[in-house]
Design a protein around this ligand. Sequence first.
Ligand code: GDP
Ligand code: IMO
Ligand code: MG
Length: 421
Amino acid sequence: MAVDILLGLQWGDEGKGKIVDVLTRQYDIIARFQGGPNAGHTLEFDGIKHVLHTIPSGIFHDEALNIVGNGVVIDPVIFKREMDELKKFEGNFTEKLMLSRKAHLILPSHRMLDAASEAAKGNKKIGSTLKGIGPTYMDKTGRNGLRIGDIELPDFKERYNNLVAKHKELIALYDYECDLDSMEKEWFEAIDFLKTLTLVDSEPYVHNALRQNKKILAEGAQGTLLDIDFGTYPFVTSSNTTAAGACTGLGVAPNQIGEVFGIFKAYCTRVGSGPFPTELNDKTGEDLRAAGHEFGATTGRPRRCGWLDLPALKYAIDINGVTQLFMMKADVLSGFDTIKVCTKYKYRGEEVDHLPYKIEDHLVEPIYEELPGWSEDITKVKSVDEMPASLRSYIEYIEKHTGVPVKVVSVGPDRTQTIHR
Ligand code: GDP
Ligand code: IMO
Ligand code: MG
């Protein structure tokens, strides 16, 4: 059996959590492969809304196992809080969860470094979620990091102290005030909690599962345009959010990958700084934000909104080898007389249909085509036949331009508001 991947094609928050939850019934294992508590994945069912940050979105199903893979960075405090939150609900969540020993740990001092680095950037801020993501991945690639497996070693505290000593020197360079001691007690309590969970060598675990014909879904965090290599650098996150990241983040070979589900909103959003060619700084943008409740699941920040950007979408499809598209939040477009789609850019005076190296406002101007909108509320639509004709045309238009079938259309946040095509 192959590993299927579900990942975001835009700047994150496409609705990955909802769809992983919907698909979990078809899988034996759900595995997060990168990112950390910068992610906020929302699931809604039975009138309850859950937001997960590190825990994979398959956790509410009894049959599936959930793995936090080696490519993920874990903040023990946030992780423990998430697990405590689950105690309100029925189910033995700890039994269905495994952490890779090779996943890296976010230390309180990583969070401090993140805050100090952002503060020092002034108006060039990345708009980071300040969860310590960048500094933790820097320590990983700099070969200084601490991993989940290290908490089982007798000299863990010493390793921790050595790394924190390095961090303190760095923080001093930023001239940043912080009180680490007060955060450490909670962090070490959370480490003790992690020790009670199932820590595994996740790569052989996954390989054995594949040999036993188990079905695995790899759950991405963030989105393609936030990828460290392929996103709108430097306004990106610090991991590979793309299909290649599923290989390195789980230890799965490229020839073991099956379907790649690419998920996108029927429009576009971005939270944090960085270029966004189709951004609407007007009433239409505000209307999209209000209709889509576009406020961050992790930080509560208002998300920037704009029209669908096809050159960016096609780029993301190519980078990931997307085999099926899932279009989210179609219901949010109800009531717009016309819907605009960016098909090309004017870039340095010329028309181009690819994503140029730099897409800052002064270099790139989106060129739009206009499509008819629909006025109907579609949140109760259950099948393609019930869809307004303009919505069907919108979907077909996207399929024609991308060459990839749109297999799922989401018309509301609930599990049940999902149409398979
Ligand atoms: P993720 O990070 O990709 O998992 O996405 P988020 O959870 O951060 O943001 C998606 C938001 O849209 C959440 O509040 C979801 O409940 C909501 N959502 C998901 N699908 C739909 C949909 O089809 N329609 C509407 N109106 N909301 C949706
Ligand atoms: P999910 O998985 C949307 C953005 C931040 C910031 C940049 C870097 O919910 O889709 P970081 O904290 O990684 O240093 O922030 O990336 N960002 C996200 N935006 N959804 C996310 O995750 C994000 N995770 C990070 O806003 O611009
Ligand atoms: Mg999110």
